[in-house]
Design a protein around this ligand. Structure first.
Ligand SMILES: *Cc1c(COP(=O)(O)O)cnc(C)c1O
Length: 373
């Protein structure tokens, strides 16, 4: 079958694969008890801690077979002990999901919740840290994919430093393409996945954590499967704890090599910024407004636009899908209100130009009443 066009995923993961990563999926069949797997696992773990210079020593990467949520749940579950108490700073779906995890784990926590379109409420975080001396960990989301906001972790991290409380980060949609100031923000661990900014396939996720923390224990894990301490020990001994997603590991291995060859996380951020800039200029020319108002609030790789009155998400997404562009809706209360466009993956600037053309035909194909701005 000849494809008329290349399908382009503009959702925030899984991503449009490069040919190089796609080919890695067809490497040889492999048993995870072969020495080749031990080498692959060691290389992937080392390359993950090498993505950021700061984690090249004193941090370790623990691999999990599962999606990003598995890594976040393993991080929160294992690193917060039974007698700990977490402060969750949330301004979106993913921050609130961490609170749900803690509730299920029956660990005490305080949820400092902000509106989804607002920054993290650092004033309330400061007040809570001041008044509640039992708090042992702060948890936050770096890039809150709900809206596309890149949370300002300079101020949150400074509070963690000042109170000597470790910060645990959900970096699922930022790892590999945004700055993470591990030492300055007091980051003890971050959780992420293969199939967002790293451009691998779904199936492998990971936690990068301070080596010393994972050496000590005791674990706070309330499940056997998501116990980071167990996984870490097994992986240090050369084998995965359970059957891993072997082909997804091949893809991640290649994707990490590709990231390195293309200049590392900062180069990827520049690339994303270029592509996002094109999308934002093009769509603002068509009357779309950014949900967060100003593009400075956004992470490099995602934009959320308010749907103009008269244009439903389903109609827009349906027409774009016919041309091979897969966009992404909002979640929960934002479901019918916005369209999200992520530029992760193997995408080109000229494809973004075609995308703008397709948006233009959708808009011009029907009467739209633009919101007065
Ligand atoms: C995508 C995402 C997740 C969840 O990842 P899954 O792979 O769908 O489990 C968690 N946090 C953030 C910030 C994300 O963008």
């Amino acid at each position: 079958m000849v494809m008329r066009y290349r399908k382009r995923l503009l959702n925030p993961g899984p991503v449009t694969l490069s040919d190089r990563v796609r080919r890695a999926l067809t490497r040889e069949d492999l048993c995870h008890r072969e020495a080749t797997f031990t080498d692959l696992q060691a290389a992937v773990r080392a390359n993950l801690t090498n993505v950021y210079a700061e984690t090249a020593s004193n941090y370790t990467a623990v691999l999990l077979s599962g999606s990003g949520t598995a890594a976040v749940e393993a991080m929160v579950g294992s690193l917060i002990p039974a007698n700990g108490k977490a402060l969750v700073a949330a301004n979106g779906v993913y921050g609130e999901r961490v609170a749900d995890m803690l509730a299920i784990q029956q660990k005490p926590f305080v949820l400092v919740k902000a509106a989804w379109t607002e920054p993290v409420d650092t004033t309330a975080v400061a007040r809570t840290l001041e008044s509640d001396r039992d708090i042992t960990h702060v948890i936050a989301v770096h890039h809150e994919t709900t809206t596309g906001r890149l949370n300002d972790l300079d101020s949150l991290g400074a509070l963690c430093k000042a109170h000597d409380v470790p910060l645990l980060l959900d970096t699922v949609s930022s790892f590999g393409a945004e700055a993470i100031a591990f030492e300055q923000w007091n980051v003890q661990a971050c959780a992420a996945t293969a199939n967002k900014c790293l451009h691998g396939v779904p199936g492998v996720s990971f936690v990068v954590a301070e080596d010393a923390v994972l050496a000590d224990g005791p674990t706070g894990a309330t499940t056997l499967y998501l116990d980071l301490f167990r996984h870490r020990k097994a992986q240090d001994d050369g084998y995965p704890l359970f059957t891993p997603a072997v082909q997804a590991m091949y893809a991640l291995d290649e994707a990490l090599a590709e990231l390195q060859d293309s200049g590392g996380w900062a180069a990827r951020r520049s690339r994303y910024r270029q592509l996002s800039r094109r999308v934002r200029i093009g769509l603002s020319g068509l009357g779309f407004e950014l949900l967060l108002g100003d593009q400075r609030h956004y992470a490099s790789m995602l934009s959320s636009f308010i749907l103009p009155e008269g244009l439903t998400y389903d109609r827009l997404a349906g027409q774009l899908a016919q041309q091979g562009f897969i966009v992404y809706p909002g979640q929960a209360s934002l479901k019918d209100a916005i369209v999200r466009i992520a530029v992760m993956g193997d995408l080109t600037e000229s494809e973004m130009d075609v995308l703008i053309d397709e948006f233009t035909s959708v808009i011009h194909g029907q009467a739209i009443r633009y919101r007065a701005s």
